[in-house]
Design a protein around this ligand. Sequence first.
Ligand SMILES: Cc1ncc(COP(=O)(O)O)c(C=O)c1O
Length: 388
Amino acid sequence: MVEFDTVYNRLNTNCIKWDSIEDTYGETDLLPLWIADMDFKANPPVLDALKKTAEQGLLGYSPAPDSLYEAIQAWQKRRHDYAVSKEAILFNSGVVPSLSIAIQAYTKPGDAVLIHDPVYPPFAKVVEQNNRKLVRSSLLIEQGHFVINLEELEKQIIAEDVRLFILCNPHNPGGRVWTKSELEAFGKLCAKYDVLVISDEIHQDLIFAPHVFTTFTNVHPTFKDFSITLTAATKTFNLAGIKNSMIFIENPDLRKQFVEAQERNFQNEINIFGYVGTEAAYQNGDTWLEELLVYLKENIDTVSEFLKTELPEVKMMRPEGTYLIWLDFSALGLTDAKLQNQLVHKGKVVLNPGITFGPNGTQHMRLNVACPKETLLEGLRRIKHSFE
Ligand SMILES: Cc1ncc(COP(=O)(O)O)c(C=O)c1O
């Protein structure tokens, strides 16, 4: 039995995934397969580093140490062939907070910001809450996978005078690992119209061979001039609660603007445990990550087999990366409310409603498979039961 098979009782551990759902849905015994964290314990070297810091007991304000920069640079080079320079690296307490800072740094109220539809829901929220104009570009589906609609994108950029694009690379919820040539075509279009690209690469390490992740900034030597990269070790290593993330900004002018906005928000000093956990994960995490990817792929295969034999009406988009599966329930002909209702109140299973990812997410659900097989199989049985 590998470690990933161990089922932990996460109830009453103050975790959103398990502990918030009774209040939200008014039901007990719900099985959560929603929010993107994993039901696995963190890698032991990360836990040891956090314990060591706690035991040392000196927890005053602390800057990012040189050893952390080195660990990040080594990880980026080793895993993604990206030679990020030390001066390009900034830190923040999360990718979503960094999105908000970037919007404030690079646009003014009323400016148009483009995102894909469907995409990770906070993208829309962060644009609207900063009083920018939200424009959504529909992804197309080709051979069962999302592809970028460059034609529509160009029209929208012109019509709305778009200033900024928030790219999800790899894509949540579709699990697309955009290829280098897709990113190149997309990036050239953005460059043509002076659209700045914020590339959210938090899922960059969760990639299934033969797919290869490409950091947007690295696609072409000119792309670093008009893009910034947001990433973190927290998704890869299941450390979301330590709230740490990185921003890579090679262009000095863009970096200065970002830092100024970050300082205006007093977000330039962050949690010591975030730094410690990130460094330990990047220094000691390769083997754990390789084993995780094998486990996740098996879970994805399990979902695929189950749906084929037990619930053929529900179609899955096979992810090339991430541990999230985009499920199409449209053949059941249910409204979004009815679909959610049946899953929660009949099946007693909680997924993320597709409609929260944008209008194109109607009649879809996002399933999180980063859990022990036993939990996943129970979840699949509950999904099936929802429609019996
Ligand atoms: C695409 C994407 N960006 C950002 C986040 C959250 O990042 P953070 O917790 O660092 O704000 C998630 C979490 O699921 C995500 O999927």
